[in-house]
Ligand binder design. Structure first.
Ligand code: URA
Ligand code: ZN
Length: 392
């Protein structure tokens, strides 16, 4: 396939699966996370997924979209998605004891490799339609050796181009120095880390009214990512491992809009002021964000905030930003990538296409300041480059 065509692919970097082996585990459990089967009013079985903290006992509907590869491919066809980089959905292995988590990580990584390697190819191209993010056994008391072994495995599986992780680390979050050997190995392997939320924030903040899953998903999830990555930044991880490739779910939550406030709080704080090599906004500019924010204003602003790495680099000559909005947004757009969050957010009533997908695509189309080339990049070209999708 001509390289110009590769820049026109639609690539989904935020799309989940519960592989059959993982689904079987969820079905075997009697406490969350689990899948349980209720009976609906017309006597038919009704599978429900219960994974979130304080989730109502009815959970959420779950079906073949979550585990059947044909359903993933049908969804891709329906929405014109050429390639998907698939990741296991939350809560990954977080709830398992270390030996089980380690064993299952190795098995699920092999399963995902198989899921991708046997997928059809993009028409006219030799690249597979499915790639994957592997899993690490990130649980309390796991050995560093087990983590390093899983990183090595992922790096060797040809269709796995990164790994997905939550925010728990090995129990103390992503600013835990115990993770340094993990960051070092991932950086060395050149794998992309997709950081995704699961726990949200303290559910007391949601009050007593029944608002379904709206508050934990719309606010709790992105605030969790915001907090986790802010902690990672101010602990100096990105100074120690400057080549880490961190891709944040849901456009990095509130981090883009709070990054100047974060910078100000750091420089006024005697504990932290001299800890980092650069201004906090420099580190935000080193991140990659998915374009799963559903609105052109949010995407446009996120791209602007990503364009600031050089401006806030200590020692940089570039102290002020005189560039036009389009120049800044164009630069930042190179670090943003289309995603769907499939199979979550299915339409409530039958529609030809999923609103959650159509809206994200329309938002990319409508961002002020992005050229056609920038939009092609966000739709797929940036992912082709970041994940080396043209090399199979
Ligand atoms: N709900 C989840 O539990 N996970 C997602 O990724 C999206 C919605
Ligand atoms: Zn997701």
């Amino acid at each position: 396939m001509a390289s110009s065509k590769l820049t026109k692919l639609l690539v989904d970097v935020h799309s989940h699966v519960y592989l059959p082996r993982y689904t079987a585990l969820l079905r075997s459990r009697s406490n969350a996370p689990l899948i349980k089967t209720l009976t609906n009013p017309d006597g038919k079985p009704d599978d429900r997924l219960l994974i979130l903290a304080d989730e109502p006992s009815t959970g959420r509907p779950v079906g073949p979209q979550y585990w059947d590869r044909d359903e993933k491919l049908k969804f891709m066809d329906k929405h014109g998605i050429d390639v998907t980089v698939v990741s296991t959905a939350n809560p990954w292995l977080d709830f398992l004891p270390p030996p089980e988590a380690h064993k299952l990580a190795l098995e699920l990584n092999e399963d995902l490799e198989q899921y991708c390697s046997t997928s059809p190819k993009v028409v006219d191209a030799q690249i597979p339609r499915l790639f994957g993010f592997g899993l690490l056994p990130l649980v309390p008391n796991v050995s560093v050796d087990a983590l390093l072994q899983s990183i090595k495995q992922i790096a060797q599986l040809p269709h796995l181009r990164g790994l997905i992780m939550g925010t728990m680390g090995v129990g103390k979050g992503l600013d835990d120095e115990a993770l340094d050997p993990v960051w070092a190995a991932i950086e060395e392997a050149g794998l992309v880390i997709f950081v995704h939320p699961h726990y949200g924030v303290d559910a007391k903040a949601w009050g007593e009214r029944d608002n379904g899953h709206v508050l934990p998903l719309a606010l709790g999830f992105p605030f969790e990512t915001t907090t986790a990555i802010t902690r990672l930044i101010i602990s100096g991880v990105l100074d120690r491992f400057p080549n880490l490739k961190l891709l944040l779910a849901h456009s990095g939550g509130a981090l883009p809009i709070l990054s100047s406030r974060l910078s100000s709080c750091i420089v006024h704080d005697p504990v932290v002021a001299s800890r980092l090599k650069h201004d906090a906004r420099y580190y935000v500019g080193k991140l990659y964000l998915d374009a799963v924010s559903y609105g052109p204003e949010e995407m446009g602003y996120a791209s602007e905030s990503l364009a600031r790495a050089s401006r806030y680099q200590t020692g940089s000559q570039e102290t002020a930003s005189h560039s036009s909005l389009a120049v800044k947004r164009s630069l930042g757009s190179k670090r943003m990538m289309f995603g769907t969050d499939h199979p979550f957010f299915p339409p409530l009533s039958s529609t030809e296409k999923w609103k959650s997908v159509v809206e994200n695509l329309q938002a990319i189309e409508d961002v002020q300041g992005w050229s056609e080339e920038d939009k092609d990049g966000v739709r797929g070209g940036n992912a082709v480059e970041l994940f080396n999708l043209n090399i199979s």
